[in-house]
Ligand binder design. Structure first.
Ligand code: ASP
Length: 361
C-alpha cells in the first residue's frame, strides 16, 4: 500500500507536472515507481486524517510565568482562546472554509484587549499604534497582508480584502487603508487602540532603553500577545492568519514578520498551515513558517519534527524567541515554543477545546 505522505507527494507532482511535461512521462514514472494508478492518482483519495477538520490558535509567546499571572487573568486568557477556537470550529463544523475559520478566530482575538492585536495593540516608541496582519489560502497559495495600518479595527479583514479584491499581496499604511475604504472596512479613531496596560508597558520600555530606538531584547514582555490561527477544513484545505501590533517601543515604520508571507504566516495544502509569534526579525531572517513547511516536503519530516527543528534548533542557536501553531493536511497539529509560555489552543473535530499557557503544560 502506498502511504499517505507519498500519495500526497505524487498528487502534488502530478498536478504540478501535468501542465508542463504532459501526463505520459509522468504515468511511466508512476508505473515504474509501483504506484497503483487507479487507486491513488485517478481517484485521488484524501490522505488518511487524524482529524477531519480542526484549528489551532495562539495569543502570543514570551516570558509568561505562573508568577506573572493572577488566577483571574489566567482564566480570562483561557476563555478568550476558547471563544476564538469555538468561532473557528463552528464554521468548520458547518462545512465552512479554513479561510473563514481562521479569520473568525483572529477577529475574536483582535477584539479582545488582552492581546497585542487590534484593540490591545502595543505602542510604538512615538506612542502610536501600527498594526500588521496576513492571511493565506493553502489551496491556491493566494495571500493578503497589510503593514503599519493605524485606523483599521480588524486588520485581518483588510488583509483578506487585499487577497480577495486586489491583484496584490502586501499593502502598507495609508494606501492599504484607502483601499479598504472602498469595501467599507471598519475604521476607528486612533484612540480606540489606547489601553492603559500597553501605555504603561511603553513607558517602562522607554525608561529601560533611555532611548526611543527599537528594542534590543524581545524577551522582556515587549512582544507578548500577537494572535493567530491555522485551520484544516472538511475539504482538506488549509489556511493561516496572524495579526499583531508588533513589538512595544518599535520604531514607527517598523514592520515585523507577521505580514511577511513565509515568515510569520504561511499555508500550503501540500504541507502545512502556520501562524507564528515571537521576535519578528528572527522569523523574517529565517523565513520560519516557510522553512517548517518546506522541511516537511523536502525531507519527509512530520509537522512536529519540522517545527521542533526550526523553533528549538535554528532559532535557539541564534537567540530568536517565539513559537508557532500549525496544522497539516492530515489534521496533525504542532504548538511549539522556545519561550516559557505561549497562549495557545486547539480544537479538532469531535473534541472539546483545549487551551494552555505555560510551556510545561
Ligand atoms: N512577531 C511579532 C512581531 O515581531 C511580535 C509577536 O509575535 O508578539 O511583530
Amino acid at each position: 500500500m502506498v502511504n499517505s505522505k507519498f500519495t500526497r507527494r505524487v498528487r502534488t507532482a502530478f498536478a504540478a507536472s501535468a501542465g508542463r511535461v504532459g501526463a505520459v512521462p509522468l504515468l511511466v514514472f508512476l508505473v515504474i515507481a509501483g504506484c497503483d494508478l487507479g487507486d491513488e492518482v485517478e481517484g485521488m483519495p484524501a490522505p488518511e486524517r487524524t482529524a477531519e477538520f480542526g484549528l489551532v490558535v495562539h495569543g502570543g509567546a514570551g516570558t509568561i510565568t505562573r508568577e506573572s499571572l493572577t488566577p483571574e487573568l489566567e482564566e480570562q486568557y483561557h476563555s478568550a482562546l476558547e471563544e476564538a477556537l469555538r468561532a473557528g470550529h463552528d464554521i468548520l463544523e458547518q462545512g465552512g472554509s479554513a479561510l473563514d475559520a481562521v479569520s473568525a478566530a483572529v477577529v475574536v482575538l483582535e477584539d479582545e484587549p488582552l492581546f497585542n492585536a487590534g484593540r490591545g495593540a502595543v505602542f510604538t516608541a512615538e506612542g502610536t499604534n501600527e498594526l500588521d496582519a496576513a492571511i493565506m489560502d493553502g489551496r491556491t497559495l493566494d495571500a493578503g497582508a497589510v503593514g503599519g495600518v493605524k485606523r483599521i479595527r480588524n486588520p485581518i479583514e483588510l488583509a483578506r480584502l487585499v487577497m480577495d479584491e486586489s491583484p496584490h499581496v502586501f499593502m502598507v499604511g495609508e494606501g492599504a487603508e484607502t483601499f479598504g475604504r472602498q469595501f467599507d472596512v471598519v475604521e476607528v479613531d486612533e484612540d480606540y487602540f489606547y489601553t492603559e496596560a500597553r501605555w504603561e508597558a511603553l513607558q517602562r520600555a522607554l525608561e529601560n532603553d533611555g532611548t526611543s530606538s527599537a528594542p534590543s531584547s524581545a524577551d522582556d514582555g515587549r512582544m507578548l500577545g500577537t494572535v493567530g490561527a491555522a485551520a484544516l477544513d472538511r475539504d482538506g484545505n488549509l489556511a493561516a492568519a496572524t495579526s499583531t501590533g508588533g513589538m512595544t517601543a518599535k520604531r514607527f515604520g517598523r514592520v515585523g514578520d507577521v505580514p511577511v508571507i513565509g515568515a510569520g504566516t504561511y499555508a500550503n495544502n501540500a504541507s502545512c498551515a502556520l501562524s507564528a509569534t515571537g521576535h519578528g526579525e528572527y522569523f523574517i531572517r529565517n523565513v520560519v513558517s516557510y522553512d517548517i513547511c518546506a522541511r516537511m516536503l523536502y525531507t519527509g519530516a512530520t509537522l512536529e519534527e519540522a517545527a521542533d527543528a526550526v523553533i528549538h534548533g535554528v532559532l535557539v542557536e541564534q537567540g530568536g524567541t517565539g513559537g508557532v501553531v500549525a496544522i497539516d493536511a492530515s489534521g496533525n497539529i504542532a504548538l511549539t515554543m522556545n519561550t516559557p509560555g505561549m497562549y495557545r489552543g486547539h480544537m479538532l473535530a469531535g473534541q472539546d477545546p483545549v487551551t494552555r499557557i505555560y510551556q510545561e503544560e
